[in-house]
Design a protein around this ligand. Structure first.
Ligand code: FAD
Length: 441
């Protein structure tokens, strides 16, 4: 019997693990282990946790619909796996690769649990579009790409030659087995899973291609247009595979700019794997100027800078924020307010419905001028000019800050007299502080 553990792959189509299992022609036990270390600390009632649990609930339905069994278990993944391999005749554990420090450590432990009982442990790539090692062989490189543009050029060439299209497995060939009620009771979830009302990602993808792809390049930064795909959450939970998404736009010349964003996704996943300090940049970043009041005002949308306040309200209420606004708010926090990026990163982790450790960290590092190919420390976005440029009619501000709706033209975008920080002075200060940090690190 194979024990298959779902992670960020909450779907049943284009699953490398399913292809692998069906070829083995043995029964398989399918689980998802809700790990309190990941979903605990109240995250199950915040946007990021709720979205994940909804997608999980949808996955249970997909299994049922095809007459298959998936068990949701709650607890420490090592302890549960240990218990399962003692109770059932498991010959092999199969998972998809996961790259965060926590998951790598967890998978190392799982591998040891398997080895103790002579069980094989198979981890298959799934999240990125490219296979790092193969890509490096193709690029004839031993060291990692540190700049996006040459990475992207090679990535395109690699994809043209080696892109693996999605595979549609006949799931009826899976022989899923059920757990005993004693085990189910032992690891039952301590909270209710929210209902499965999520958009069907392949429908969203088609709608985006039909309605918005042609104008994506032009409008992607104009956040009141809402012309982006909103597929990030489905990509990060694995409700849709990156291969399915890429295949849908493979031959569309107007999709170049959108494919480039998918390459950014791969670049951050790659960086999280290749850069040994990707997850520890905060150690170089000792900002003692932290002001708790500033952080609180930022997170609650009470800074007195309209675009920041509108964006934080959208994030807090909906769990989504367009990319341009993530950049503006992150730069404002780390530069104008001189708060450590890790504070904002942790806040986004709770609030973003599409939260992903590598992409979120990649975005925060970029805004803080850290990591591979970051924004230069002296180029600090001015939230007022950004707001005037990307929301020229003030539609977004009026939607999220109705109390300002009476203001017209440029006045709408201006900081209030009681804004928590002076944009000009804080910009100059940030340049000095960052110059110091980056030159000594
Ligand atoms: P589209 O514009 O339709 O792009 C298609 C896909 O490409 C996205 O779904 C995403 O998978 C990928 N993509 C787009 N922009 C980027 C980018 N700048 N970097 C990496 N991949 C990208 N994205 C997340 O998915 N999860 C996060 O936790 C996350 N945190 C971020 C934090 C900060 C500070 C910043 C600046 C960016 C962050 N991003 C994150 C990247 C980006 O903002 C979102 O992927 C995008 O806004 C999602 O909207 P969409 O699906 O409509 O994107």
């Amino acid at each position: 019997m194979i024990l298959f553990i779902h992670r960020k792959d909450l779907r049943i189509q284009d699953m490398p693990a399913f292809e692998y299992i069906t070829q083995r022609e043995v029964p398989s036990l399918h689980t998802f282990i809700v790990d309190p270390a990941i979903i605990g600390q109240g995250r199950h009632v915040e946007h990021s946790g709720i979205q994940f649990l909804r997608t999980l609930s949808k996955l249970v339905e997909l299994y049922k619909h095809d007459g298959l069994t998936l068990h949701l278990l709650y607890g420490d993944p090592i302890e549960i796996t240990h218990d399962l391999v003692q109770r059932y005749p498991v010959q092999e554990i199969v998972v998809h690769e996961d790259y965060t420090p926590y998951s790598r450590e967890r998978d190392g432990k799982l591998e040891r649990v398997a080895a103790q009982r002579n069980i094989s442990f198979t981890s298959l790539p799934d999240q990125p579009l490219i296979d790092w090692e193969d890509f490096h062989r193709f690029a004839e490189r031993t060291d990692a790409y540190k700049v996006f543009t040459p990475f992207y050029r090679k990535w395109k060439a690699y994809m043209d030659l080696f892109f693996q299209p999605p595979v549609f497995t006949d799931v009826n060939e899976l022989q899923t087995v059920a757990l005993d009620s004693e085990v189910l009771d032992k690891y039952s979830l301590p909270f209710l899973i929210p209902n499965s009302s999520i958009d069907e990602p392949s429908v969203r993808l088609q709608d985006f291609i039909e309605d918005d792809l042609d104008s994506y390049e032009r409008y992607r930064d104009y956040y009141s247009e809402e012309g982006t795909s909103h597929l990030s959450s489905a990509l990060n939970t694995g409700a849709i595979s990156s291969r399915e998404v890429y295949a849908a736009v493979l031959h569309l010349p107007q999709a170049e700019s959108w494919r480039r964003q998918l390459a950014w996704r791969d670049f951050y996943l790659y960086q999280s794997h290749q850069d040994p300090v990707f997850y520890s940049y905060e150690n170089r970043f000792d900002l003692s100027a932290l002001n708790d009041f500033h952080f609180e005002a930022w997170s609650q949308g009470n800074t007195g800078i309209p675009v920041i306040d509108a964006a934080m309200r959208q994030l807090n209420q909906t769990g989504y924020l367009p990319n341009r606004l993530r950049m503006i708010t992150a730069m404002f926090l780390t530069k104008n307010l001189l708060c450590p990026f890790s504070l904002g990163e942790a806040y986004f982790r709770i609030k973003l419905a599409d939260y992903d450790h590598a992409l979120n960290r990649g975005g925060w590092l970029w805004c803080s001028s850290l990591g591979y190919d970051a924004s230069p420390y002296f180029r600090i976005m001015n939230p007022v000019t950004q707001s005037q440029k990307f929301d020229p009619h003030g539609r977004y501000l009026r939607d999220w800050l109705p109390e300002l709706a009476h203001l017209e033209g440029k006045a709408l975008h201006q900081p209030h007299p009681q804004a928590i920080v002076d944009l000009k002075g804080s910009r100059l200060q940030a340049i000095e502080v960052y110059r110091g940090i980056l030159q000594t690190s």
